[in-house]
Design a protein around this ligand. Sequence first.
Ligand SMILES: [Zn+2]
Length: 737
Amino acid sequence: MKSHLLAGIAATSLLAGCAAMTEPLEATGDPVMATAIPEGTGIFAQPSELPFHAPDFSKIRDSDYKPAIEQGLAIHKAEIEAIKANPAAPSFANTIVALEESGQMLNRVLGVFYAVVGANTNDTLDAIDAEISPKLAAHYGDISLDPVLFARVKAVYDNRAAMSMTPEDAVLLEETYEQMVHAGALLDEGQKAEIKQINTRLSELSTDFSQKLTQATKDQALVVADASALAGLSAGEIESARAAARDRGVSGYVIPLQNTTQQPSMPALDVRATRQQLFTNSYRRTDRGGSTDTRANLAEQAALRARKAEIFGLPNWASYQMYDNMAKEPQTALDFMGQLTPALAATQRREAGVLNQAIRADGGDFTVRPWDWDYYAEMVRKERYDLDEEAVKPYFEVDRVLEDGVFFMAEKLYGITFKKRSDIPVYHPTVSVYTVYDADGSELGLFYFDPFQRDNKRGGAWMSNFVEQSKMAGTKPVIYNVLNIAPPADGEPALASFDNVITMFHEFGHAVHGLFANQRYASLSGTAVARDFVEYPSQVHEMWATWPEVLQNYAKHYQTGETIPQDLIDKIEAASKFNQGYSYGETVTAALLDMKWHSLSAAEAAAIDTPAEVDAYEAQALAELGLETDLVPPRYRSSYFRHIFAGGYSAGYYAYLWTGMLDHDSRQWFRENGGLTRANGDHYRATVLSQGGTKELFQMYRDFRGRDPKIDALLSAKGLDGSSADAEADGSDETGG
Ligand SMILES: [Zn+2]
């Protein structure tokens, strides 16, 4: 997955129920007690005076963040106390809207702080981040579980049938209420106490899992004594392995482990014994007993989660986690994945057959094992597709891709236009800023583009807002896209890889979801939608990267001006469909494993305790999937599945696959309706991109598509419908994480 999702979730969950605003509390029309709400000071105390309230990076100093966050917290607390102490009867205005309007200064500073921590950090900012994270979690946790506040919210909620509200008001009320119920507001005191204990223990276990896994991943790096074991790697890679050994004070060569089961050097390693050792180190990194074994930890987490769900009267953790997702019920997600597995298993067997042929042709007398897969797949890929990534790059100059590709697409679809501006300060000199104009010439918002890799930028690509759109606050969206494209050498043009190009279209899909936001409340605005929906508009926009009219407009050789030859594009698209049984299969397997752990009842989960019982349950769960898991193991095994045991993705890893279904089903609609047209873009904007989180997501999808989503287009795109020869290209670099 792209890490912008993580940032988005961190930001949304932290900012849930809060929003920027310009109206004072008095605007609610109720008497407000003269509760002492502290005055903020410093640059974040008031909205920036720059256009669109864009952050003024010419004035913001690192030393501004911590005091502003602390003041923001104190002000927000006082505002919450004022809402609770209001002598007037609870009303939508004095409770729900007042909550939505609270925390402006905190939102203002955090919106900027998390942007720079992600894209341009330093030790000072990292230290502030570590210090404030638990404080913020406690702060928002306290608000969700405040009994006096909840009593007011519930009073308004219980009276909802008698109130006249706009549909958006009704959604805001319902979500505010449901979030508090989900936190435990309706439980009795004994249950609340147990939930608090479970939450504390789960948080400790998650940190412990993460630390153990980080240590195990480091410890289980492959060490070889002799360079001959690394035959197949380039001279530079072997030198890196020698340097890695030196850094660790060991002799020989070291290949560090990456997070996933398969390792990046697998396709190149000629020596089978080395591959097997590297795979074993990876697959068994956290099940070796001792201080880095995570199995007892994850068993306890699974049991506590199941118990927590039980307290809420739910059958399992997945039901608890998925309550506000599009799929909602675990069974919906399982049924969806169940439609993938038969064809996927057949594809895996077919691919294994091709690789076994390649092994024999190469003089091998064995059948393919997981540690052989990438090596022989790469061999077949080179033979069949003869694709040189480097030959493609000269056609993808970054500015041309952005302005003649991404912006060109946006104008064709939505009629929007862009004007680069140099008067808005940025946090790094390579960041550029554009004003975005709607079709009628009015200003839509600001778009920041931060393309290049830096040592102080985290990996991946993401989108977020500096300023959230809100009609109540009178704010327009201020949006940024961050990528990690290799920076150009001095005097050279900046060139993107094909993957980079797809990512640019993807992230811009998130950007238009934010730019077209048209909500009253910031907490329902733009990309404030469920995890199994938010990646859908972004994935759809990847389709336009290779749409002929778009491609021919931007993919021009930076020296000759020649348009990219069609056969090069055909090769890229054909190569991208190769090996899906493995690459898609390992993701599906991981998603199913996630669901297996989180579909356990409290009693079932409590019975899995020891490391041996964890192994036995995992083996049984994998065997039940109907996939070739001996050949294609999960992308993450239970004991190193950080997303679900140390991240926020438990019972949520399926979301990548689910949004893939929405994506491909929607691509089919665009193709059937004439492709890149204003009419199609306007329809998508009206039904999806401008709706934020104001509608039930199946309804939103039906408004666009005219029916519920179907899986067929996804199956076809993945070559799982028996017609892989004419399957649609899938440029997604998102699936997997
Ligand atoms: Zn994304």
